[in-house]
Design a protein around this ligand. Structure first.
Ligand code: SF4
Ligand code: SF4
Length: 133
C-alpha cells in the first residue's frame, strides 16, 4: 500500500475543499453507506467514500480520478449519510478546483455530427458547463 505523509500542502487542499463545498469533511467516519448506495458506483474508479478519504488526507491525486465527474448529484448518499454529509457538494468542489485550472475534460470539436444531432441539446449544454474550464 502507498505510504501517505501529511504535509501543510495536504492541509491546505483539505481546507480548500471544505471551504468550497461548505461540508464538514472531517466528520466522515468511513462507514461506507455512500459507496453502498451510489447508483454510479459501477462506473467509478474509486468509491464515494474513498473519494472522501483522499480529501480528508489532503491527497490531491483525487483530482485525477473519474468519480467526481461521474457523481450525478442524485443525493442518495446525502439522505443516507449518518454524518449528514453532502457528497455531491464535495464532488462539485473537486470539479471546480480542476476547472479553475482551465482543464477541459471534453472537446466539443471531437463530437461527431451524428452524435451532435442525436444527443439531447440540454445534455450537451450541461456537459459543456460541467466539463470545460
Ligand atoms: S456515508 Fe457519510 S460517513 Fe459514511 S463513508 Fe459516506 S460520507 Fe462518510
Ligand atoms: S450524489 Fe453522487 S456520490 Fe452520492 S449517491 Fe449520488 S451519484 Fe453517488
Amino acid at each position: 500500500m502507498k505510504k501517505i505523509s501529511i504535509t501543510s500542502d495536504n492541509y491546505e487542499f483539505l481546507e480548500k475543499v471544505k471551504q468550497l463545498s461548505g461540508e464538514p469533511i472531517t466528520l466522515c467516519d468511513q462507514c461506507g453507506t455512500c459507496a453502498g448506495s451510489c447508483p454510479m458506483i459501477s462506473e467509478m474508479d474509486i468509491s464515494p467514500s474513498e473519494m472522501l478519504r483522499l480529501v480528508q488526507l489532503g491527497q490531491e491525486e483525487v483530482l485525477d480520478t473519474k468519480a467526481m465527474w461521474l457523481c450525478a448529484s442524485c443525493f442518495t448518499c446525502t439522505v443516507r449519510c449518518p454524518r449528514g454529509l453532502d457528497l455531491s457538494k464535495i464532488a462539485e468542489a473537486l470539479r471546480q478546483i480542476t476547472l479553475r485550472k482551465a482543464v477541459d475534460q471534453i472537446d466539443i470539436k471531437l463530437i461527431s455530427e451524428e452524435e451532435l444531432s442525436r444527443l439531447p441539446q440540454i445534455a450537451l449544454v450541461s456537459a459543456c458547463r460541467k466539463f470545460t474550464g
